[in-house]
Design a protein around this ligand. Structure first.
Ligand code: NAD
Length: 478
């Protein structure tokens, strides 16, 4: 794959280039991409600024049709995009195709948003007046995305931004820009006018700073530490921010849980997709009556997965996405053992048929809530078990962590489920379901410091991608 930046309707080279590697096979270069220059980022922002009013005024039906067509083409090309994504990010092919279909669904959803009514009419306190609250595009949107969902994440941001009449400059993660290049090709093909959508690729800080300075709004997904940096930068220009950040999601397993289901949702949340989901389960908080049986079953499941090349048909868990994350994962397990955790399964590098970043899913047991392994995000296939007395202690442990993205409970008691649902401080709560696995028609996001600003996806997108205007109209004088 060769990828250029897409600026003001033209494909352009940058000052330098960079390569991406296949995490399933480090001997394979997947893509060579142009690294955007700072002046080019400014050009992209200026192009977006020029194009935005025209896009906002563009015929509504034509705009909706375009976005729907983007979704159709994503589905049509889901095998090609999925294959590239599997090679570049390391998801298994079914996961990668599934992610591409999800990207398409987001465009289809947003296509319908174009034609949904925007605004409310109120009676006024004053005789002869009306009050109108209308929504207008926020303007030029900077979108910055991480490496773990290379097509779905850019898509749900771009689709929502375009639906509400905004223009966009997208900067995907330099680890996985290929799918974003294919998305840009589709947006060009369906006829999105020059400058309305722009793609820039390269290192985060240099491009990011210019994007934040020049944009009206920043939609960012990535680590909490990076989120703090971009939020500080955005404060200078008061750029509107939507930040989706890290997680350290807890699943509570109660004595009254269905053990089979608890093991299924816990293992899925913790290890599937190589644990590289922001909503993945990193903490398992288990009451004492079910603890030993649960741990024994989880250790068996951890050892049963077929881990290997993302494109092999029998692979259930692909490689870790990049060398840095791989090294961090292995170090995380060692550090946890250093503070007293016992390794019940995995946690080590594995050999494969190729030179890939394969890691055995790790289960750490006999850990304490306050330990680093239960406070710091690992973002890998690593779960730590904390044994607790009862639901009260479980609720306390689940909330006793800075991150507040997703949480879950395995129980057969409606009373216990409802108590946990209400007490959880996370932005999303799952009952008898993995902490990961979200739907695109409802709000997605965590409470600070796992998130900041209006939520993503579904009905909440209007909050971020538009500004309201309140108008008082004195009809008597008209
Ligand atoms: P990251 O923070 O390292 O990078 C994210 C993006 O920010 C990349 O495109 C990067 O180039 C860019 N960037 C880096 N420094 C920047 C700067 N100073 N200014 C502007 N942009 C900059 O994150 P990552 O390692 O790519 O992704 C993993 C993280 O993302 C995890 O913490 C995970 O939890 C989080 N994440 C959160 C969600 C969510 O919805 N809450 C979803 C997916 C991933």
């Amino acid at each position: 794959m060769k990828g250029q930046n897409y600026i003001d309707g033209r494909w352009v080279d940058g000052a330098a280039s960079f390569e991406t590697m296949n995490p399933s096979d480090l001997d394979e270069v997947v893509g060579t991409y142009s690294k955007v220059g700072e002046e080019q980022v400014r050009e992209a922002m200026a192009a977006a600024r020029r194009a935005q009013p025209g896009w906002a005024a563009f015929n509504m039906q034509a705009r909706a049709d375009m976005l729907r067509k983007v979704g159709d083409l994503l589905i049509e090309r889901s095998r090609d995009i999925g294959t590239l994504l599997a090679r570049e990010e390391g998801k298994t092919l079914p996961e990668a195709i599934g992610e591409t279909i999800r990207a398409a669904q987001c465009f289809h959803y947003s296509a319908a948003d174009v034609v949904r009514a925007q605004g409310e009419w109120y009676n006024s306190m004053r005789d002869g007046f009306n009050v109108l609250v209308t929504r207008e595009p926020v303007g030029v949107v900077a979108a910055i995305t991480p490496w773990n969902f290379p097509i779905a994440l850019p898509s749900w941001k771009v689709a929502a931004a375009l639906a509400y009449g905004n223009s966009v400059v997208l900067k995907p993660s330099s680890y996985v820009p290929g799918a974003a290049v294919m998305l840009a090709q589709i947006l060009e093909e369906v006829g999105v006018p020059a400058g309305v959508f722009n793609l820039v690729m390269g290192e985060g800080r240099a491009a990011g700073n210019i994007m934040i300075d020049e944009a009206d709004a920043l939609t960012f997904t990535g680590g909490t530490a990076t989120g703090r940096v971009v939020l500080n930068r955005a404060a200078e220009t008061m750029t509107k921010c939507q930040l989706e950040l890290g997680g350290k999601n807890a699943l509570v397993v109660l004595d009254d849980a269905d053990l089979d289901l608890a093991v299924e949702i816990a293992s899925n949340g913790a290890w599937i997709q190589t644990g590289q989901r922001c909503t993945g389960t990193e903490r398992l908080i288990v009451t004492k009556g079910i603890h030993d049986a649960f741990v024994e079953r989880m250790a068996k499941v951890a050892g049963s997965y077929k881990i290997g090349h993302a494109l092999d048909a029998d692979t259930q868990i692909g490689p870790v996405a990049n060398v840095q994350q791989f090294n961090e994962n292995l170090q995380f397990v060692k550090d946890a053992q250093g503070e007293g955790a016992e390794l019940a399964a995995g946690g080590v590098a594995l050999e494969g048929r190729t030179r890939g970043l394969f890691m055995a899913p790790a289960l750490l047991v006999n850990t304490k809530t306050e330990w680093r392994c239960n406070q710091h995000e690992s973002f890998g296939p690593i779960a730590s078990v904390v044994k607790v007395e009862d639901l009260d202690e479980a609720i306390h442990a689940a909330n006793d962590c800075d991150y507040k993205l997703s949480s879950g409970i395995a129980t057969t008691s409606l009373k216990n489920a409802e108590r946990f649902r209400k007490a959880s401080q996370a932005g999303m709560v799952m009952v008898n379901a993995p902490t990961a696995g979200l739907e695109y028609h409802v709000p997605l996001g965590g409470r600070s410091p796992s998130g900041y600003g209006p939520r993503e996806t579904g009905a909440s997108t209007a909050e971020f991608f538009t500004e309201t205007k309140t108008s008082y109209i004195n009809h008597g004088a008209l």
